[in-house]
Write a protein that binds this ligand. Sequence first.
Ligand SMILES: [Mn+2]
Length: 453
Amino acid sequence: MIQKQQHSLLNKAEEACNLLRRHLKQDHVVRIISHNDADGISAAGVMCNAIAKEKGKFHVTIVPRLKDEVLSKFFKEKYKLFVFCDMGSANLKGIRRLKGDVIIADHHQTNPETTIPDNIIHVNPHLYGLDGTKDVSGSGVSYLTVRPMEYKNLAGLALVGAFGDMQYKNGFSGVNKMILDEGIESHNIEVRDDLKIANKTREPLYKALSHTINPAIKGISGDEEGSVTFLEKIGISYRIKFTELGNEEKDILKEELVKINPEIFSSVYSIPTEIPELRNLEDYSNILDACGKNKKQGLGLSICIGDRDKSIKEAQDLVKSYSDDLVHGIEWINKEGSVVQDKIQYIYTEEKRKKRIMGTLSSIGLDLEILDPEKPVLAMSRMDNIIKVSGRTTSKMTEKGVNLGYALENASKSFNGSGGGHNIAAGAVIPYREMDNFLNLVDEIIRTQLNAS
Ligand SMILES: [Mn+2]
């Protein structure tokens, strides 16, 4: 069944590729519009690389959201071919109004009922019963669209977006797996098992370990003292670098770390021909993610299409500042904890650097159990007169009946705010003066959800 569904998707992608080729043959500049996260930037990267190899020309714009006013700017443009990557499937009505031909290469939900005219080719896994949330990302769909051109060296970049959209969970599945196999077979992707410690070659071991957040290590991530204690306990010198350890010590370290979190020793995917900074697909994804988050999407895209040296350095600095913020954030939670209510807990900040990581910080805090996993976390960031709320909980709690999306949507509405999302992660915006009332109402809603199930 899967095979048949994948075939239908590949056929549609090939149709799109033929359209792309026809325009390239006529020397038309391809107008690419993509999303500003790691997936969207790599999706645009895949498309641009293929077009460049075909000696074609492109003009790219990367946007945070395809709002109506953003889309309407493109209505005036006279390009003969528009390509939407990692977005567009939710905007069929607007996109219909574009003057030229259109390819939509997206993996987000779409309304299959919407009729689309002949000039639009819509490549989307959901149209064929495939799971776009986990089996293929925007960069993957972009890759499928240029796949008939046979640039298999783009397979690695096609999976960078899958990491960005967190589709990697103990392995790849569906179309991602197909791309992976294709990349391995053509020697464009390599897989090996390795210890996932941050800054292995750069920092003393206790620092490297405390700076390792993905995966999170309980008692060690974001906790230099905890890291030193751990290393002293297992008898490994903490001042030297990982790379300076003897093999026996490396084995002991691995064994002890795996006991805390098995994910610490797992598959690492790499592009063998890439420069060291981009070789590991997860590192590559983190670099693009940091570019997007810092509104440097142009920098990210230029790295994807071959810019090296200075660009890499600039992007790496962004990654470093982001992970430093996370580490400081974990230290902060370790020290201060959260404010605990009956069924929920919250953290609150007015600091600029903390605001951008509050949601991620909540997830990590729950993973590390420095925040009580039994209580959903609301991360509150104050922006003048409003509060931006990010809610996070665990799958264990959603199984017990917690639905944060519903809770935040309803509670925020009661105070002239807005909100919503998934059961496990959601967001809201509320007036600052209603913060306490809002928290009490969410507490009450969660209590009701837990009692009802
Ligand atoms: Mn995506």
